[in-house]
Design a protein around this ligand. Structure first.
Ligand code: AHM
Ligand code: MG
Length: 292
């Protein structure tokens, strides 16, 4: 499922490795930003969410560190309108601080990253690697590359491998659905209700942590199309594609309600999408119910 790298790009593999190691190293600075930048900013991001000082700081840190890598041709972020370009072959898209509304209640947050062979906005089929970091009780990192997902614990920027092949467990246990029951559509509500009766609720307000529940215990995470917002809340390029790449690489499925999220091509960099991620059987059931 991952695209093979262009033979004319001999440094691409090395660049991917450098991106992953750089993100691992940068997490210490992001942890510091979470500790020191506790306030609001007076700006909103391109999708209209209020930006916290920590969102802006994390974005600056990743832009600076990732564009310093020779092979990185551009940096795109959920927190900035335009793609910043440099020279190189690979393109990195980042959600610098996912779940930042959890900053105040001191709950889980993370960083999501995606490495593309084309400059965003682009299809998920152009991904060559994706991953996320969780700033939880410990800092952990999941990396999907070459059809395999690996999990690391991070200490002082160093990666320690703890799982060489993360797979979605066969028997699903947990579900987490965003958006609020009152705002669900007539198509989603009945299948959501069925699943609610079968599985145990795990929803924390940061998809990095909620997707990691699914990877750990099996189940489903969804931020569906809403009555008031048919396009959903989460962003295809920064959240949908990388999470779909990770979950599919771990043997699960993804959908936007109309097929794999990886096949979805955004018209704009900050386009939103409904998203459904988890065990195949659950995603099939949801997709049949909500099909657009
Ligand atoms: P962010 O990237 O701006 O922090 O927002 C994304 C987060 C996701 O991690 C999470 O699943 C969702 O927003 C939670 O939204 P809600 O507060 O509506 O439950
Ligand atoms: Mg996010």
């Amino acid at each position: 499922m991952s695209e093979s790298l262009d033979a004319s790009a001999p440094n691409a593999d090395a660049t991917v490795a450098q991106v992953i190691d750089t993100i691992a190293e940068t997490t210490s600075d992001v942890r510091t930003a979470i500790f020191t930048e506790r306030g609001h900013s007076d700006s909103v991001n391109p999708t209209g969410d209020e930006q916290l000082a920590a969102d802006l700081r994390a974005d600056e840190i990743f832009e600076q560190r990732l564009l310093a890598i020779d092979g990185v041709a551009s940096y795109a972020s959920e927190e900035r309108e335009d793609v910043t370009t440099a020279t190189g072959r690979l393109h990195v898209a980042v959600d610098p601080l996912d779940g930042s509304s959890n900053l105040e209640p001191n709950s889980g947050m993370g960083t999501i990253f995606a490495v593309y062979t084309e400059r965003p906005p682009t299809s998920g089929r152009n991904l060559v690697a994706a991953g996320f970091v969780i700033y939880g009780p410990v800092t952990s990192m999941l990396v999907a590359r070459d059809d395999r997902v690996r999990e690391y614990l991070l200490e002082d920027g160093e990666k320690r491998l703890v799982d060489n092949e993360v797979t979605v467990p066969e028997d699903p246990t947990v579900f987490g659905f965003g958006g609020g029951v009152d705002s669900w559509t007539d198509e989603f509500e009945p299948v959501a209700e069925e699943i609610r009766e079968e599985l145990k609720l795990r929803y924390g307000g940061a998809m990095v942590a909620d997707i990691n529940q699914v990877l750990t215990y099996g189940g489903v995470f969804a931020y569906p199309a809403l009555e008031s917002r048919p396009e959903g809340k989460l962003r295809l390029q920064f959240e949908g594609h990388p999470m779909a790449y990770i979950v599919e690489s771990a043997g699960g499925s993804s959908s936007n309600g109309d097929g794999s999220l990886l096949s979805a091509e955004p018209d704009g960099l900050h386009e939103r999408t409904p998203l459904y991620l988890g065990n195949d059987e659950l995603i099939d059931r949801i997709e049949s119910a909500v099909e657009r």
